[in-house]
Write a protein that binds this ligand. Structure first.
Ligand SMILES: C[S@@+](CC[C@H](N)C(=O)[O-])C[C@H]1O[C@@H](n2cnc3c(N)ncnc32)[C@H](O)[C@@H]1O
Length: 246
């Protein structure tokens, strides 16, 4: 994949999962530069890019979703994540809560207290610096106050009951050794996922990015493919909903 929007490699270490954000066990951390490039491409397909709702229906520990919440704080007003795995969601809630600002401020206070108690510059100083830089991203004057929702859901079963307001879906599907599809759907999980996601979308202003392994084919009658990217062992399908079907 050629980086069109994230052309310059930056230092993304503030998002490392051993600093302010955390990673759920057995959920691989998604590369931040690739995530940002995918999000920028998604935004390029939207008519309106303000006060958007983003949804990740296989959010795991929500590392990916939280990173996007910070990097695209000025575009996002509602951030929704769901997963079938309740254990992963305990991590997701901690990550996503950071985006509302309050728990990030609490973390900063705790780190400041830690730092005062120690004489030397330690790892906690580095973490504190990262936390402060992340907080700045939320304080941008153009960044709307965020509503965060995180809940248990089998996306191969039904559609969650959002009121058709989702603008961006970005999801890293279960593949490889670390995560697998769960649930008891008789149909292929990706078909059910796309059936259900379609119901949540604002069809007049939405786009979805499905990240999957190289062998997967993502196609559905309700969507048209607008972009397809390959990066390492991953491929990314970017689709838009067909309006006439709703
Ligand atoms: C590759 S991981 C996602 C990692 C996530 N992007 C992160 O940043 O932590 C895929 C996730 O899909 C979830 N999953 C598997 N089957 C599912 C289903 N039927 N409905 C919803 N989520 C499912 C797994 O529990 C796993 O957390």
């Amino acid at each position: 994949m050629k980086f069109k929007f994230e052309a310059l490699k930056k230092d993304y270490s503030d998002f490392s999962s051993d600093k302010v954000l955390i990673n759920a066990p057995r959920t691989p951390a998604f590369p931040v530069r690739v995530a940002s490039e995918i999000m920028a491409r998604c935004l390029s397909f939207l008519k309106n890019t303000d006060h958007l709702t983003i949804y990740d229906p296989c959010c795991g520990g929500a590392h990916l979703l939280t990173v996007l919440g910070f990097l695209y704080s000025t575009n996002l007003a509602r951030i929704y994540g769901s997963d079938i795995d309740e254990k992963a969601l305990t991590y997701a809630r901690k990550n996503l809560d950071l985006l509302t600002g309050e728990s990030l401020q609490q973390k900063i206070k705790a780190l400041q207290a830690d730092n005062k108690a120690q004489d030397e510059q330690t790892q906690s100083t580095e973490v504190l610096n990262s936390a402060n830089r992340l907080a700045t991203m939320l304080l941008d004057a153009k960044a709307p106050q965020k509503e965060v929702q995180c809940f248990q859901w089998d996306i191969t079963k039904d559609s969650p009951t959002f009121s058709e307001n989702v603008n961006i879906v970005i999801t890293d599907l279960p593949y490889g050794n670390m995560t697998h599809w769960q649930g008891d759907s008789k149909e292929p999980p990706t078909k059910r996922l796309l059936d259900n996601i379609y119901q949540t979308l604002d069809v007049n202003n939405s786009v979805i990015a499905i990240i999957c392994n190289k062998k997967e084919r993502i196609a559905h009658n309700n969507f048209t493919q607008v972009n397809r990217l390959k990066h390492g062992k991953r491929q990314i399908f970017i689709l838009q909903p067909l309006k006439s079907l709703k």
